[in-house]
Design a protein around this ligand. Structure first.
Ligand SMILES: Nc1ncnc2c1ncn2[C@@H]1O[C@H](COP(=O)(O)OP(=O)(O)OP(=O)(O)O)[C@@H](O)[C@H]1O
Ligand SMILES: [Mg+2]
Length: 367
């Protein structure tokens, strides 16, 4: 099993981090420092390495002002596997894995599966279904390697079908070709998504029982994107008149969603901000657990401003769960004690802190 763990990272020109080299990364890495010092930017650099993009804003906004490119280099242990990315203002991207150029981000993502927990993660509950589809597909992608090809096939298919619908004046046969194509890959995608969801849900429930016992009535429900009594081909045929009228494909996996309910109400409308954060953590932790159980390695967790919204007791519970995952974690906070005071002591050997100030990073101490 590939247990990805970054041992070092070199960052050039990510926001205010003009040249940062950290060669002493461990399992638990806490970055603390004042507002605007560069903590989130470190997480962004790691994200760039695994996903070729930032988790906030465009690449243009991430490259240090006045510079034309950004470079991040990392080394994964065991095996000393080097990973590198260079992104330029012109849009050019160079990815390297093991010293060799690679063409797809998927190759990088497989080596460094990343989970982000930050202020935007609330979108998982309060945002549009696309945030939850992305979440679901991240998991399916990592545990079911046949998913990606079918997903790409579906994206191509729906683009073609919608193009035809917009063109109008199309013969029934012309449309039927793309309806059949969509139906075929749409069913496969949905089978993978459902199978993944059914594994994920009980793991989420077990984690949330630890993190927030008072949220015992939480429910997750998978929605496939069309009437579950119908095959996808039948649903597409039924919606053909409205598809033609409104010039797009109404039903299908592009409409899938996960509903998060508590006592029959939408969690987004009911839970407090801190409770929402616990649910988000539960969802992200459940994915990491499943990834490991499926023999696909361990996720790297990027947790931006862990203490925000959480009282100390809940912060401690989240840390305990993160520690239990045995995953590599990168956590930011403002004060040095925010996380150090609540991280389980048994993990001491693997715990290290870095002080971040004015775009510079210095290792502080190992507990
Ligand atoms: N493209 C850029 N070039 C140079 N500096 C930038 C760029 N984008 C943002 N910055 C600056 O980089 C600094 C680091 O931002 P970052 O978001 O990493 O801070 P932080 O330590 O996470 O702060 P907070 O505690 O407020 O979240 C900020 O001072 C910001 O103004
Ligand atoms: Mg920040």
């Amino acid at each position: 099993m590939n247990i990805a763990s970054l041992s070092r990272i070199h960052i050039d020109n990510v926001r205010n981090l003009q040249q940062v080299k950290i060669d002493t990364l461990r399992k638990v890495n806490v970055f603390y420092g004042p507002n605007g010092s560069g903590k989130t930017s470190i997480l962004e650099a790691i994200h760039l390495l695994g996903m070729a993009r930032s988790f906030r804003g465009s690449i243009k906004s991430l490259i240090t002002h006045g510079q034309s490119q950004t470079t991040v280099f990392g080394e994964l242990q065991p095996g000393s596997l080097p990973l590198g990315i260079q992104r330029e203002l012109t849009g050019d991207v160079t990815l390297k894995l093991g010293g060799r150029p690679v063409r797809t981000v998927a190759a990088m993502a497989e080596q460094l599966p990343i989970q982000v927990i930050n202020a935007d993660s609330f979108d998982l509950l309060t945002g549009s279904p696309s945030a939850r589809r992305q979440y679901l597909d991240w998991g399916v992608f990592h545990v079911e390697h046949r998913f990606f090809d079918q997903w790409q096939r579906f994206q191509r298919g729906i683009k073609q079908r919608n193009m035809l619908l917009r063109r109008g004046k199309l013969s029934p046969e012309e449309l039927a070709v793309w309806t059949r194509e969509l139906a075929a890959c749409g069913e496969i995608i949905t089978t993978y998504r459902r199978a993944y969801f059914e594994l994920l849900e009980p793991r989420f429930q077990a984690i949330i029982a630890q993190l927030a016992p008072s949220l015992a009535g939480l429910e997750l429900r998978f929605r496939q994107g069309w009437d579950k009594q119908l095959s996808y081909i039948r649903a597409l045929e039924n919606s053909e008149p409205s598809d033609r009228e409104q010039c797009y494909t109404h039903v299908g996996p592009q409409r899938a969603d996960i509903r998060v309910l508590i006592g029959g109400h939408l969690a987004a409308d009911t839970l407090s901000r801190g409770q929402q954060k616990l649910v988000v953590c539960g969802l992200k932790l459940a994915q990491g657990q499943l990834l490991t159980e499926k023999g696909r390695g361990r996720c790297t967790y990027l947790v931006d401003d862990l203490p925000s919204e959480l009282d100390q007791q809940h912060c401690r519970l989240v840390c305990e769960q993160l520690a239990g995952m045995k995953a590599q974690v990168f956590i930011t906070c403002v004060d040095s004690e925010d996380v150090a005071a609540v991280w389980p002591v048994a993990d001491g050997d693997e715990f290290t802190m870095f002080h971040v100030e004015h775009g510079g990073v210095s290792a502080v101490e190992a507990r």
